[in-house]
Design a protein around this ligand. Structure first.
Ligand code: AMP
Ligand code: GLY
Length: 423
């Protein structure tokens, strides 16, 4: 089979790694990919939003399966564009990717179908949102409706902060058109868990749980980032939580989308918060998480291509997902200054130490290959992942491997997975 992956981050490197392991894949392409992906796939210089070029390339190369990793092309309808040309694609169509693409849509869906989530109101103008704040209690959460690189959520402790937040989202359009509408919702407390699943329109199969570390600095301080590290499984995702989510969240979400005439095929990422009153959905994503994929996929025993095809064909009920009975931790090596301003172009040393090191992975996010070798080329540079028999061993292995690599301006959090000590 010929497979094309769309995307360019650490997540797509993890997807490519899994796809390359499949005996069914004879040729792997990635658009646009990155330098690390280039070691296992042929990268083609086509942007993820260049739908016409992607479709033309897939036709020209007789691609058998396209796997779309990123949210923007999914929400924009890349799967629809490919299908219109008769090309098989893994990921939700545009009318289902709205589950991630519009927070107002997903909140209304949860309300309509009784799926547990924070209480909320949707607004399409700043005046109404500001008026609502007058009677609200704080802290309160403001969310731009559309995609905002994971940055469109503001937690406001005071009325004044919330007023500024509404103005920045809706009036100043800090997140662009993502802020044409917004959600204002109740602030919840509890541990957060990411749960990834495969869905074929009717059947849902849960992968395994994970936890992300979104803030830039140790102790969950500093700005929100795309994710500074992950661990899987989450020790807080107990059997009781799993049973609750299976009953009230997972299948109900899939059924709700089908009933709305928006059957979801692909990956649903449930962003959960375990409140004292029980699990609640914070958000849905319509794709693998980044860097959740980096700790979940290396633990999956199934052939990724088989599972993607079962989702497309509606035969997921015949698939049992199998995961290794171990753990994985991913520590992101970033450029100092991320997520604000940082320098690029520094040589990366030590990558060869991962060659042949079983259970250790160095997923590239922002790297570039030059004549002198790999250099840094982004805020998040690498996702160093290691497995272990349990979370503690995986964490110690991941931090050991994080020392194998070096570059100027290397920055990492030192407390990825610290929460497992409290489990
Ligand atoms: P989201 O993109 O909706 O997952 O929000 C990003 C982050 O904001 C989440 O991972 C949480 O840490 C936080 N957050 C979102 N919604 C809430 C909420 N209702 N209560 C507390 N924290 C929240
Ligand atoms: N790690 C969170 C996300 O992928 O949205």
């Amino acid at each position: 089979m010929k497979v094309l992956i769309v995307g360019s981050g650490g997540r797509e490197h993890a997807i490519a790694f899994c796809a390359a392991k499949s005996p069914r894949v004879e040729k792997l392409y990635c658009a646009p990919g990155n330098a690390g992906i280039g070691q296992i796939a042929e990268c083609v210089p086509i942007g993820a939003m260049e739908f016409d070029k992607i479709t033309a390339f897939a036709k020209e190369k007789s691609i058998d399966l396209v796997i779309v990793g990123m949210d923007d092309p999914l929400v924009g309808g890349l799967v629809d564009a490919l299908e219109a040309e008769g090309i098989r694609a893994f990921g939700p169509r545009k009318n289902a990717a709205i589950l991630e693409g519009s927070k107002a849509f997903s909140k209304d869906l949860m309300k309509k179908y009784g799926i547990p989530t924070a209480a909320y109101e949707n607004f399409d103008n700043a005046e109404d949102a500001l008026a609502y704040l007058e009677t609200a209690s704080f802290p309160i959460v403001l969310k731009a409706d559309g995609l905002a690189l994971g940055k469109g959520v503001l937690i406001c402790n005071t009325l004044e902060e919330a007023r500024d937040g509404v103005r920045s989202i809706m009036t100043d359009k800090k997140f662009g058109s993502a802020g044409n509408r917004m959600v204002i919702e109740e602030f919840l407390t509890g541990r957060e868990v990411s749960v990834l699943s495969f869905v074929d329109g009717k059947t849902i199969r849960i992968m395994t749980s994970a936890q992300d570390h979104k803030r830039a600095q140790d102790g969950d301080q500093g700005l929100n980032t795309g994710g500074m590290g992950t661990f899987s499984p989450s020790p807080f995702y107990t059997e009781e939580v799993d049973a609750f989510c299976k009953k009230y969240i997972y299948q109900p979400t899939v059924d709700a989308m089908a009933k709305e005439g928006r059957p979801f095929k692909g990956v649903i990422f449930f962003g959960l918060i375990l409140t004292p009153e029980g699990p609640r959905v914070l958000e849905y994503n319509a794709r693998f998480g980044d860097p959740e994929a980096q700790v979940v996929l290396p633990r999956m025993k199934n052939d990724l291509i088989d599972v993607c095809e079962a989702c497309i064909d509606g035969t997921l009920d015949q698939v049992e997902l199998e995961f290794e009975d171990n753990a994985a931790v991913c520590v992101v090596l970033a450029s100092d200054g991320y997520p604000v301003a940082y320098e690029k172009g520094f040589p990366i040393r030590g990558l060869e130490k991962f060659e042949g090191a079983e259970g250790y992975y160095c997923f590239h996010a922002g790297t570039k290959k030059t004549e002198e070798g790999f250099v840094t080329n982004g805020g998040r540079v690498l996702g160093v992942t290691a497995k272990g028999k349990d979370l503690k061993e995986a964490r110690s292995n991941a931090y050991k491997a994080a020392e194998w690599v070096d570059f100027d301006n290397k920055y990492l959090r030192h407390d990825i997975g610290k929460a497992i000590d409290e489990a």
